[in-house]
Design a protein around this ligand. Structure first.
Ligand SMILES: C[S@@+](CC[C@H](N)C(=O)[O-])C[C@H]1O[C@@H](n2cnc3c(N)ncnc32)[C@H](O)[C@@H]1O
Length: 327
């Protein structure tokens, strides 16, 4: 990174252009095509019915960032552009499709409005909360993006989860189910299911329950996992989700949270995404513990994972006054 302040600013002030350019080549499938071997820009352009000069200029701009390279007149993948192939190990293809989706970009333009109101600009721009909007916009690739993102920490989560004494684990908002699949493979005595929106679990490789985590959760589980769920929501909604978990678990049942901790500087940009897109936030350990206690859980421990995420393990406690707080 350039060190002087003006150059660092210049690198940031290029704005959304790199993300939009990367999304364009992913949508066209150019990294996949170049995986078959180096190609001339004319052949790439002809395959996609594109203007060769415009495509060459796009590839040159990306090559300046290390995405694609050219030798003579043959373009080829680089380690960075190879990561833009869907399904590649460590792929960021869905991240590119989601992050620079026009609806997301439009939401970011509403940041000044969010600063005035504290409300997510996404909702103001599109007239619906993100997850309602997503129902009609699968091209936003959000579930694929989460699957990619979660793959990067799956081994760390599997290694850190202590499922001793657990017989059945519900992955609440578990998306397409890849993480639970990995957890169950490492813990063969444990039964597991994912509960998520119908579209998210459509191709789930493990038991899937299409449902709503603001409604009563299915019985029969003695542990629940919430990975990057609470940060999507404001405090009142996060408390409702935790109350649903508590109501579904027996006393002594376990709750596992995987979240970034707001105190970690690496969480700052994701916190901003949560504010603008979802109306949620990253939280400190103390803020998460307060939510857990309010819902009827005792926080037992916190373990750092890869990539700035943390595993928080909690136990469902008996409420002195009887039933836990109503959802
Ligand atoms: C940030 S993603 C986390 C996905 C997964 N836990 C992971 O980390 O890969 C949030 C998940 O919550 C799900 N979700 C949102 N609203 C929901 C609701 N009301 N009921 C059930 N799932 C919901 C989304 O479909 C999405 O899969």
């Amino acid at each position: 990174m350039a060190r002087d302040p003006a150059h660092r600013l210049d690198a940031l002030l290029i704005g959304a252009a790199p993300a939009v350019a990367i999304r364009a080549v992913v949508e066209l499938g150019i990294p996949d095509r170049l995986a078959e071997g180096p190609q001339r820009v004319e052949a790439l352009a002809a395959a996609h019915d594109l203007d060769p000069d415009a495509l060459r200029r796009l590839l040159r701009a990306l090559a300046a960032q290390g995405i694609f390279a050219v030798e003579g007149d043959l373009w080829r993948n680089t380690p960075m552009s190879a990561l833009l192939r869907p399904g590649a190990a460590g792929s960021r293809a869905a991240a590119a499709r989601y992050g620079a989706h026009p609806a997301l970009l439009q939401a970011w333009l509403g940041l000044p409005e969010t600063l005035r109101t504290g409300r997510p600009a996404f909702e103001a721009a599109h007239g619906a909360p993100f997850f309602d909007w997503l129902e009609a916009h699968p091209d936003a690739a959000f579930t694929d993006y989460m699957t990619e993102r979660t793959a990067a920490v799956a081994d760390a989560v599997v290694g850190a989860l202590d499922l001793a004494g657990v017989t059945a684990l519900l992955d609440v908002g578990g998306g397409a189910g890849a993480l639970l699949q990995a957890i169950l493979a490492a813990n063969p005595g444990v039964r597991g299911a994912v509960l998520d929106r119908r579209a998210a679990v459509a191709a789930c490789p493990v038991e899937a329950i299409a449902g709503d985590f603001f409604a009563p959760l299915p019985a029969g589980f003695d542990a629940a996992l919430l990975k990057e769920i609470l940060h999507d929501w404001g405090d009142a909604d996060a408390a409702r989700i935790l109350a649903r978990c508590r109501a579904a678990l027996p006393a002594g049942g376990r709750l596992f949270l995987v979240e970034a901790l707001a105190d970690d500087p690496r969480a700052a940009w994701m916190d901003l995404v949560m504010m603008v897109v979802f109306g949620g936030r990253e939280r400190s350990r103390a803020a998460l513990e307060a939510l857990l206690v309010e819902a009827g859980f005792a926080l037992e421990g916190t373990q750092p994972l890869a990539g700035g995420l943390c595993l928080l393990t909690a136990t469902a406690i008996d409420h002195p006054g009887g039933a836990p707080r109503r959802a």
